[in-house]
Design a protein around this ligand. Structure first.
Ligand code: PLP
Length: 425
């Protein structure tokens, strides 16, 4: 129960805000000086080269955002599996696709852009990512499914090797959304390089940013060239505007690419800063009834993009959430994400609830959701009533993201830690 009063920070402490270093401006200036201000230029070429190298894939295609990258991944997978659709139809029309449940909706929406039907796979407690056992159950229920869209949460890798093996066993393609996990690796291999198609994002709050931007990752040169064509309105080689298929305006600007090029010089530095933030929280909160977002140190090397925690069940005060609001009853010795987020906000800092699982979102309420025992939609609060637990919902109810800005000083973080600790008094 939060009763203590702490002084608010003069300058707002963000969850994760852009951190610029100077080289970005140099590359932007080069774009201006050479007048390469469209979607062609040295910065775009360099972003593609650097991104592919860092992500350990053969090709990266520079696009306007991560969502566009995922959309093209989905389109490639759909056409490979089901053939080219007639104009005006999606590549996945009427087809079910297994998707990560506890993620940002940009992981999943592109499936719908292509007419697919997302089926959500519950989360695994050990990794807070898609549960491979639940995925197996999903294949038992829907053996015809041929596509899986997997996202790594908050920069902490999921069990992507197991997921990849399951996909291979069932003859399904795998799209890997590494938008939050750039630079993170699993068993020594970069996230984004495991899937048949991968995507990263340079959105404003990601570990490095171009203000916007994304890359599609692929080992297939033909796919990369086709993605470049699709993303620039699908022009054919001809003296005029000749079109054989529907295209998109998804290519990255050479100005945006300049920012990203400068940011790549600091990716490892940002990861080290984020790691220090995570470790300070972990150490300072270790005697509280909480768990930090988990990972297996022996095989995962996260990028620590956001520090997140979950409150133990018996330390939770009563909290209820409607579609748009939250209420809680303050209780001595207990707290809840709503109270902690309010407390953090009262000192002019920013936290955030865990991504609300997709199966709980109103727009996806009719879509199936597969839990680890293979049942359909699990009952709300099953852990109280007994029965199958809906793990995504449980982590959403008891978890939150802490201020994780890499410009946060230790003094600032110490005060935030005091605020969090005070909530448990
Ligand atoms: C940020 C994000 C995206 C989308 O990236 P944009 O560049 O903002 O379009 C996709 N998936 C996940 C998991 C993300 O966090």
């Amino acid at each position: 129960m939060y009763k203590k009063k702490f002084e608010a920070f003069d300058k707002k402490i963000y969850l994760a805000s852009p951190t610029m270093h100077g080289e970005e401006m140099q590359y932007i200036k080069e774009a201006f000086d050479t007048n390469w201000l469209s979607t062609v230029g040295e910065n775009v070429n360099e972003v593609e080269r650097i991104c592919a190298e860092k992500a350990e894939v053969k090709n990266a295609v520079a696009l306007s955002c991560g969502t566009a990258a995922i959309h093209l991944c989905v389109k490639f997978a759909g056409e490979r599996l089901y053939g080219k659709p007639a104009i005006g139809h999606g590549a996945l029309e009427g087809k079910r696709v297994f998707c990560t449940d506890m993620t940002f909706d940009a992981t999943v929406n592109p499936v719908v852009y292509e007419g697919g039907i997302p089926v959500f796979i519950d989360t695994d407690r050990e990794s807070w990512n898609m549960d491979p056992n639940a995925l197996e159950k999903a294949f038992e229920k829907y053996p015809d499914v041929k596509l899986v869209v997997f996202a790594h949460l908050y920069g902490f890798p999921g069990k992507i090797d197991v997921i990849s093996d399951i996909c291979k066993k069932h003859g399904a393609l795998l799209i890997e959304d590494a938008a939050e996990s750039m630079g993170a690796s699993y068993k020594g291999k970069q996230t984004g390089s495991f899937g048949d198609y991968g995507a990263v994002s340079f959105n404003g709050n990601k570990i490095i940013t171009g203000s916007t931007g994304g890359c599609l990752l692929t080992d297939d040169k033909e796919v990369a060239d086709k993605a470049r064509k699709w993303s620039t309105q699908a022009r054919e080689k001809a003296p005029w505007y000749q079109h054989e298929e529907v295209g998109y305006n998804y290519r990255m600007s050479n100005v945006v690419a300049g920012i990203i090029r400068g940011q790549y010089l600091h990716l490892e530095e940002h990861i080290a800063q984020k790691k220090a933030i995570y470790e300070r929280y972990k150490e300072a909160l270790k005697d509280l009834p909480i768990q930090m977002i988990p990972f297996d140190e022996k095989i995962c090397s996260p990028n620590y993009w956001l520090s997140a925690l979950v409150i133990d069940k018996d330390a939770m005060c009563k909290q209820v959430r409607s579609d748009n609001e939250a209420l809680y009853i303050a209780e001595e010795g207990k707290t809840c994400p709503t109270e902690i987020l309010e407390a953090i906000s009262s000192v002019n800092a920013e936290g955030r609830p865990i991504w609300k699982p997709m199966h709980m979102q109103p727009m996806y309420r009719m879509n199936d959701f597969i839990t680890v025992d293979g049942s359909g939609r699990a009952r709300t609060n099953a852990y109280i009533e007994g029965g199958v637990e809906d793990i995504g919902e449980d982590i959403f109810n008891r978890g939150l993201c802490l201020p994780s800005d890499n410009k946060m000083t230790t003094e600032v973080q110490d005060r935030i830690i005091e605020v969090i600790r005070a909530c448990f008094e």
